[in-house]
Each structure stands twice: as structure tokens, then as C-alpha cells.
Design a protein around this ligand. Structure first.
Ligand code: NAP
Length: 485
């Protein structure tokens, strides 16, 4: 059993409940963690709140050095961390190495930004006045993290929150808490007690306390739109600062000028990375009508060449899904599409070669339309539904015909089409030619039902800073606008 980390101490749940953590490649229990109780959540909030009283005055330079120290410790323990991440999350090891590198990079990036001065001086309204804006930390930040990139999506919140002078309570997914606990032990252990806390426990047990407690002024949540909506409703009672990074249904438009072979590989990567469990996974592909058959045929050939297996096998291209429920959802979307007239060109089933593990074959679908779940709801699995279009206008219309607006991709070297795409498509990130790449300085987040926040970049730091305007008058005279009128 791995205890949770609250106030610099390793503790079990107050009522002794635990959660089993599974290896998705073998369905075996790897370890257990405490199923934190509402009382444990209050304990974490109190600890983080007390720690904030001192942490908020630690200088930006010292905070920066502590973040750099965390990055260094991560680098020193890189392989061990990446192996554990692969065991509990399931994706292929190279993808977890990348997640590790990005986590380190985010620490370094916010260590740099932490040292930048904040605020600005304003032109005063009167000669005797001096006006300025300062930026302050909020206090305790609840950082609620999903299973698919447990470290990256955690550090996108925790690094800027700490850089800004907040204390944090990390609530990892109950599917992937182990690596986060390991980080608390070997990467964050130099932070004062209570500054970084890891509260394990099922979301429906500890979530409401974190969201509703008056001493948690800011909530940073990444996860499904359904849970995000619930959190938003609860947080509204106290008008809390709320950053929501939610689901997606990203379109990938292949323009008429695109090279088919390269476009096929770009789409396969964007749709199948982490077995399609990326918030910005390509979930809808739009291809010019005249290219449809060639593209679908080449996609089938490419997808069939990919090797499924456990994440730790060096030959694995694609791992299993993280939990059986996620696989059931993918199978449900494929069944719905087939019922409504879609054709499965390859995949569409659980592979026979594995006795255990939550695998699903990468699946290419054609004859799809927007009445099908696979084109409307987030699938979060290895599916590639391909639809044809006649004009670029129609492609943009189809791309925007969604409740979601997280990311969107186009492959083209026609500058006029690229410009139309990035101007007209409703998405927080637009990738032209190279899908799913991030930039530490580039804000990431969604439009429409994909969320209301931006992580990374200066915007990511701003999310954890409160704005205060100071109006200072240096004259002792009675003002002519005071009473009596
Ligand atoms: P999820 O089921 O919504 O869970 C996300 C987190 O919320 C988990 O830690 C979960 O804890 C917790 N939670 C559950 N119920 C809660 C409650 N009532 N109050 C507070 N927290 C609660 O999402 P997931 O299945 O882990 O992740 C997949 C989803 O995340 C997809 O929709 C994906 O698109 C989205 N996502 C979005 C982004 C983005 O940046 N926009 C990035 C990655 C993923 P338990 O695990 O213990 O239930």
C-alpha cells in the first residue's frame, strides 16, 4: 500500500478504505492507495491553508529555485518514474518518456516565469495619486487531474500555481495515482510541509469537499465535460475561480493539395497516440471526395502495421486502454456507427491475441455521418472515422459542427486554405500540418464545451494570480468631491 501525502506526512485514509490500482496491460493489481475520505480532504485543505501563510511570502527567486530543484530530481530519477507511469497508465514507453520530458520542461519554464515581476503602474487620474496593479496568489489551489497524462496535466497546474505562490492539493485519478505519489516522495520533498499535498481518493468521495470548501479559492480541473459541469455548478455557490479543461472531438481536415501518404501517417499519430486517449485526439477526419478511397485504403494498410502490446515492451506502438469502462465506450460508439450504416474497414473488435489487458484494435470507419456518436460524442479510443467533403467551405462547416472546440488540425501547404482554417475554425489550438505538438509558451485550452481556461504560457501563470488595484493618494487636503455636496 502506498500512503497519501498530506502536510509532509504519509497517511492512510481516516476510515481505512483503499483503492486498487491496475496494470491495464495485464488486468493485475499493481498496488493500492488510500481511498481518501471527506475528513482527509478537510485535513489536506487545512494543511495547505496553514502552509500558505508562510509560503506566500517566500520570494519569487526562492520559489523558482525550488521548481528547478524539482526538475533536477525528476531528471535524476527519470527511468524509474517513466517505468511506473507506463505500468499504471498503459501507453507505450516512448510516449511516457515524452510525458516525463514535458513535465520537466514545464517545471523549468515556470521556474523562469516565476522570477518575472508582476503587475504594472497606471497613469493616475489626479496629480496627487499613484496607481498600480499587483498580482497575488489566491491561497489553496485544488488541482484535479485525469488518468491519461497524470504527470503532465498535474504539472501544468502545479508548476504555475507554486510559481505564483499558492499551495496545492493534487487529486490524481484513481486509475493513476502511483506516479504522482512517487513524485511527492522524490521530486517535491524539499517543499515545506503542506505546500504540496497529494490526496488520493475517489472523485465522488473527496471531490465535493475540495470544490465546495471556503478555504479553496481556486480549482483547476482537467477531465470530462460531465464532471466539469458538476464542479462548475458547485463552485458557483461561492463564485470560485474555476479553470476547466474538458473533453474534445477534434477534427482533422485533409486539404485537396495534401500528400496522401504523409497525411495518413499524421492522422494515424493524431488519432492513435495513447490509444486515442488524448483530449486532443483526432476523432473526426474529413477528406476531399476524390481522395476518399485512396486515403481510406492507405490508412487501413498503415494501421494494420501497428504493433499492439504492453507499454513496457520495446516493440509496442500502441498499448491498451486504461480501464474496461473506457473500452466499452469505444465498442459502443463503433456499434452505434455500424447500426447507422458505417462500414468498419479494419479493427472494430478486441484483439484475439491477448488473453488479458484492455486492448482494442485500431479501427478505421467509413460511411460515417454526424448522426453517429463516433462523430458527435467524445470516443477517447483508437478509432479513425473518415468522412468525405466536396468543398473546403463544407469541410470547415463540418469541423465546426460540434459542441466541442479543443483542437483542430489541417494538412495543407496552400496558405489561403490554412489562413481560412485558423481564422474560421472554433478551437483553442489549431495545428497546421504537425498535429498534437505543444509549446511551453503557447496557451492550451478549449472553446465551447471543451472548457474555459488556458494552461501553459503566461496565461497559465495568470490563472493562479489574483489582481489587485492599489489607489494611493499623497495629498492631505479634504477633497472637493467629499460631503457635503
Ligand atoms: P474524469 O472521469 O472526468 O475524471 C477526472 C478527475 O476528476 C479524476 O481525478 C476524477 O477522480 C475526478 N472526479 C471524478 N468525480 C469528481 C467529482 N464529483 N468532483 C471532483 N472531481 C471528480 O476524466 P477521466 O476519465 O479521468 O479523463 C478523461 C477526460 O479528460 C476526457 O474527457 C478528456 O477529454 C479529458 N481531458 C481533457 C484535457 C484538456 O486539457 N482539455 C486533457 C486531458 C483529458 P476519479 O478518477 O477518482 O474518479
Amino acid at each position: 500500500m502506498k500512503p497519501m501525502y498530506i502536510n509532509g506526512q504519509w497517511i492512510t485514509s481516516s476510515d481505512g478504505e483503499t483503492i486498487d490500482v491496475y496494470n491495464p496491460a495485464t488486468e493485475e493489481v499493481i498496488d493500492t492507495v488510500p481511498n481518501g475520505s471527506p475528513e482527509d480532504a478537510v485535513k489536506a485543505i487545512e494543511a495547505a491553508n496553514v502552509a500558505f501563510e508562510e509560503w506566500r511570502w517566500v520570494t519569487a527567486l526562492e520559489r523558482s529555485e525550488m521548481l528547478q530543484e524539482a526538475a533536477r530530481k525528476f531528471r535524476d530519477n527519470f527511468d524509474e518514474i517513466v517505468d511506473l507511469l507506463t505500468l499504471e497508465e498503459g501507453k507505450a514507453r516512448p510516449e511516457n518518456e515524452e510525458e516525463g520530458e514535458w513535465t520537466i520542461g514545464t517545471l523549468d519554464y515556470y521556474a523562469g516565469l516565476a522570477r518575472n515581476s508582476r503587475g504594472r503602474v497606471l497613469p493616475p487620474a489626479e496629480r496627487s495619486q499613484f496607481n498600480f496593479v499587483i498580482k497575488e496568489p489566491y491561497g489553496v489551489a485544488a488541482c484535479i487531474v485525469p488518468f491519461n497524462y497524470p504527470l503532465l496535466l498535474m504539472i501544468w497546474k502545479v508548476a504555475p500555481a507554486l510559481a505564483a505562490g499558492n499551495t496545492v492539493i493534487i487529486k490524481p485519478s484513481d486509475h493513476t495515482p502511483l506516479t504522482t505519489l512517487r513524485l511527492a516522495k522524490i521530486v517535491f520533498d524539499h517543499f515545506p510541509p503542506g505546500v504540496v499535498n497529494v490526496l488520493t481518493g475517489r472523485g465522488d468521495r473527496v471531490g465535493d469537499v475540495l470544490v465546495e470548501h471556503p478555504d479553496v479559492p481556486v480549482i483547476a480541473f482537467t477531465g470530462s465535460t460531465a464532471i466539469g459541469q458538476r464542479i462548475a455548478a458547485l463552485a458557483a455557490k461561492r463564485v470560485k475561480r474555476l479553470h476547466l479543461e474538458l473533453g474534445g472531438k477534434d477534427p482533422f481536415v485533409i486539404a485537396p493539395d495534401a500528400d496522401v501518404e504523409t497525411a495518413v501517417e499524421a492522422v494515424a499519430y493524431a488519432a492513435l497516440l495513447n490509444a486515442g486517449q488524448v483530449c486532443t485526439s483526432t476523432e473526426r477526419v474529413y477528406v476531399p471526395q476524390e481522395m476518399g478511397d485512396t486515403f481510406a485504403g492507405a490508412m487501413v494498410d498503415f494501421v494494420r502495421s501497428l504493433r499492439l502490446g504492453p507499454g513496457l515492451e520495446p516493440t509496442t506502438d500502441m498499448g491498451p486502454l486504461a480501464a474496461p469502462g473506457y473500452r466499452d465506450k469505444v465498442a459502443g460508439h463503433v456499434a452505434d456507427a455500424v447500426e447507422k450504416g458505417a462500414k468498419v474497414l479494419t479493427g472494430g473488435k478486441i484483439p484475439a491475441k491477448f488473453e488479458r489487458g484492455w486492448y482494442y484494435e485500431p479501427t478505421v470507419l467509413v460511411n460515417v455521418n454526424h448522426s453517429m456518436k463516433c462523430m458527435r460524442e467524445e470516443t477517447f479510443g483508437p478509432t479513425i472515422p473518415i468522412m468525405t467533403y466536396r468543398t473546403f467551405d463544407e469541410a470547415i462547416k463540418l469541423a465546426n459542427d460540434s459542441d466541442y472546440g479543443l483542437g483542430a488540425v489541417v494538412r495543407t501547404n496552400d496558405a489561403r486554405l490554412a489562413k481560412r482554417f485558423f481564422e474560421e475554425v472554433q478551437a483553442g489550438t489549431v495545428w497546421i500540418n504537425d498535429p498534437l505538438t505543444d509549446n511551453y509558451a503557447g496557451p492550451f485550452g478549449g472553446m465551447k464545451m471543451s472548457g474555459n481556461a488556458r494552461e501553459l504560457g503566461e496565461e497559465g501563470l495568470e490563472s493562479f494570480l489574483e489582481t489587485k488595484h492599489v489607489h494611493w493618494d499623497f495629498s492631505d487636503e479634504v477633497k472637493d468631491y467629499w460631503y457635503p455636496y
